[in-house]
Design a protein around this ligand. Structure first.
Ligand SMILES: NC(=O)c1ccc[n+]([C@@H]2O[C@H](COP(=O)([O-])OP(=O)(O)OC[C@H]3O[C@@H](n4cnc5c(N)ncnc54)[C@H](O)[C@@H]3O)[C@@H](O)[C@H]2O)c1
Ligand SMILES: O=C(O)C[C@H](O)C(=O)O
Length: 332
């Protein structure tokens, strides 16, 4: 068993954390031999609920769980952490877009960026889940200038998982048979779920998703819209936003960042843009990445047609607008 690492989960009394904490503490992210010290951050009104979560973690008798520290103090929560799951933020309700949360949530990420800067390990890996995730991650990084920008990422893995599930159902294969579906841009209704470079295994034979589905109109319309609007569909059905699937996606994201991706297998992450594929620079934009030695790299040289390029322009523009609005909120 390796020395324990410290991992923080914010919004630890909330609904995503309720699934996420169990998965992390089971070893599904950092490995079955990696013991953990969990730091659980929430706000003062949630202290009672947080206590209940701690009781349940204890009662789960999890062998990897060395210690659990519930706290409402960011200085304690971020102290010496190697990985941070930033979940704590207000969720949207029916009829809202995620960017409607910007003015309420972005200040949380300003404060937490500053705390990460001061207290976390300098190689901390930060995953922002709280919405609007891309712009919150950008703000968090902005207020943590001593930590490399590459260490701040936003979650679009849920969108990738949703897109894979749609294709698997359409073609009639298992989820593991669908490869390299990409989410470009913002975790919002302008995101572009793209199958142009993806493959699917049908009866053991790999072919392009385009050929396997053989329905361009579906791939450019219904498929794209279903993935773009899946979060809203879950809210409409559950009256609460996605939680179990969001927790699973957060685990997938951090697992692959920590352990690396298989050669030739891309995953989508919101990362600081270097302008690849014509995306605006210096925003957190979802790209396909490959990960080696805990470092992600944007996959280069993928084909994009005119339809795809037009979608990337739309989502990039939205992220620039969000950046501008967020900056004016935090500078108030
Ligand atoms: N990126 C994604 O794919 C994705 C998916 C699902 C949900 N989300 C977002 O994740 C966020 C959390 O969702 P949820 O369903 O768990 O919400 P929730 O309301 O159940 O839980 C949020 C928790 O965060 C806490 N919190 C609020 N401010 C905090 C702060 N400053 N510090 C620490 N904790 C704080 C709240 O007290 C609450 O316990 C929302 O913004 C939601 O929109 C993102
Ligand atoms: O849709 C939401 O507001 C929650 C989350 O971002 C999701 O995609 O399910």
């Amino acid at each position: 068993m390796s020395e324990p690492i410290k991992v923080v989960v914010t919004g630890a009394a909330g609904q995503i954390a309720y699934s996420l904490l169990y998965m992390i503490a089971r070893g599904e992210v950092f490995g079955k031999d990696q013991s953990l010290i969990l730091h659980l951050l929430d706000i003062p009104p949630m202290v009672g609920v947080l206590d209940g979560v701690c009781m349940e973690l204890a009662d789960s008798a999890l062998p990897l769980l060395h210690k659990v520290f519930p706290t409402t103090d960011p200085a304690v929560a971020f102290n010496d952490v190697s990985a941070a799951f930033l979940v704590g933020a207000m969720p949207r309700r029916e009829g809202m877009e995620r960017k409607d949360l910007l003015s309420a949530n972005v200040k949380i990420f300003k404060a937490q960026g500053a705390a990460i800067n001061q207290y976390a390990k300098k190689d901390v890996k930060v995953l922002v889940v709280g919405n609007p995730a891309n712009t919150n991650a950008l703000i968090c990084s902005h207020y943590a200038p001593t930590i490399p920008k590459e260490n701040f990422t936003a979650m679009t893995r849920l969108d990738q998982n949703r897109a894979k599930a749609q294709i698997a159902a359409k073609v009639g294969v298992q989820i593991t048979d669908v490869l390299n579906v990409i989410i470009w841009g913002n975790h919002s209704s302008t995101q572009f779920p793209d199958v142009l470079n993806g493959n699917v295994k049908v009866n053991g034979v790999e072919k392009s998703i385009f050929d396997a589905v053989n329905n361009k109109a579906y791939l450019q319309n219904e498929f794209v819209e279903t993935v773009q609007k899946r979060g809203a569909a879950v809210i409409s059905a559950r009256k609460m936003s996605s939680a179990m699937s969001a927790a699973k996606a957060a685990c997938d994201h951090m697992h692959d960042w920590w352990n690396g991706t298989q050669p030739g297998n891309y995953v989508s992450m919101g990362v600081i843009s270097d302008g690849s594929y014509g995306a605006p620079k210096d925003i957190i934009f979802s790209f396909p990445v490959e990960i080696v030695n805990k470092k992600w790299k944007i996959v280069q040289g993928l084909k994009l047609d005119d339809f795809a390029n037009s979608k990337l322009v739309i989502t990039g523009k939205e992220l620039l607008e969000e950046k501008q609005e967020a900056m004016s909120v935090v500078q108030d």
